[in-house]
Design a protein around this ligand. Structure first.
Ligand code: S3P
Length: 170
């Protein structure tokens, strides 16, 4: 049975864009954990954070990782905080291979300059917040990842890198 492709990495690394393209190219189902949570709750991520709090959101992420581990041959893009917890990693890896999309803080800042959908980045000093979070999280992302992919380039290139690794896995 084919494993799921799990995309992880910091906000703005391209998980959703790459995931969608990849699923189309590979003829696989695509699930974005943030959209999945939004649909389940009938609220946006920002509303969930504001009205129910981050801890509640994090508990939903674990539920979703457990649920999605029952899928086969799907492309799953996770939220930037999802695979920071061992429990979530363990659940999603039950039937998944994890690809980390690696990007620099400058790339994140350029891509998310005017984004207002990420509650954790609604700070006065966005640059400082991104740099701090990225350096704290990078070791954890690396620990979760089976493969690390350079994601500075176009989504098309990132897709083809992931496809060649995935297709070589027996
Ligand atoms: C978060 C990343 C977001 C979303 C939430 C929290 C994080 O997802 O899950 O705002 O902790 O990094 P994206 O990585 O898709 O932006």
């Amino acid at each position: 049975m084919k494993k799921n492709i799990i995309l992880c990495g910091f906000m703005g690394c391209g998980k959703s864009t790459v995931g969608k393209q990849l699923s189309e190219k590979m003829g696989m189902k695509f699930i974005d954990t943030d959209s999945y949570i939004e649909q389940k709750e009938g609220m946006t991520i920002s509303e969930i954070f504001a009205e129910k709090g981050e801890d509640y959101f994090r508990s939903l992420e674990l539920e979703v990782c457990k649920e999605l581990s029952n899928l086969h041959a799907a492309v799953i893009s996770t939220g930037g905080g999802t695979l920071l917890k061992d429990e979530n990693v363990k659940a999603i890896k039950k039937n998944g291979v994890v690809f980390l999309l690696n990007v620099s803080s400058n790339t994140v800042l350029t891509r998310l300059k005017s984004d207002d959908t990420r509650p954790l980045l609604q700070r006065e000093d966005k640059e400082k917040a991104v740099k701090m979070m990225l350096s704290q999280r990078t070791p954890l992302y690396n620990r979760a990842a089976d493969y690390v992919i350079d994601a500075e380039e176009s989504p098309r290139k990132v897709c083809s890198r992931i496809m060649s690794v995935y297709n070589s896995i027996k």
